[in-house]
Design a protein around this ligand. Sequence first.
Ligand code: COA
Length: 185
Amino acid sequence: MKNPFAIGPRLYFRPIEREDAPQLAVFVNDPVVRRTLLLHRPLNVAQEYGFVESLERDESQVVFGIARHESPELIGVTNLFDLDFRSRRAEFGLFIGERTLWGQGFGTEATRMMLDYGFGTLNLSRVWLQVFAHHAAGLRTYEKAGFRREGVLREQHYTEGRPVDAVVMGILRPEWTPLSPPRQP
Ligand SMILES: CC(C)(COP(=O)(O)OP(=O)(O)OC[C@H]1O[C@@H](n2cnc3c(N)ncnc32)[C@H](O)[C@@H]1OP(=O)(O)O)[C@@H](O)C(=O)NCCC(=O)NCCS
């Protein structure tokens, strides 16, 4: 493992480095990956370098690269953004950009690791997200990780030639089951 920040059963979180920028550009421009993300402009490698550099100064979010234990290569990215320490709330984002790895439980593990970080390290009381209503894999992943459906924002987005609903999902601290049990003193 290279520079692990948090370690799960099969994945670890690590800082995103400048060298990851070219891989990030591959992931976010992939039409299949971005179709369920709110990305409608191409992003080049220079913009990804800028993104990586901006993370040092950006206190509104925490972003982790996701890698498997056996290889330091990025397979995805997850973040908690719009952090609000007064309301103890943040919004959750995730993609597994390496599509060949979909359907193997990595999205669920990364989500649960991020909830452990959000509740266990940042002391949040609520984590929430928005997902397209037709995004069955996303809905399933988040439900498996403990999120509950809270409501629907009708025609919140426009994508692929039609307006689409967004499902709001959330998880409160008492509903959180840690992936790793808290350390005993
Ligand atoms: C959504 C995403 C993170 C899921 O990652 P993943 O590693 O495949 O997730 P998991 O393997 O943990 O779980 C996926 C679940 O969705 C299910 N699923 C996949 N396609 C499905 C479909 N068309 N209908 C119903 N369920 C589906 C899988 O069977 C699995 O559930 P199961 O364990 O009960 O069988 C990944 O597909 C991704 O990054 N997509 C592109 C970016 C994106 O959409 N990000 C989220 C934006 S809200």
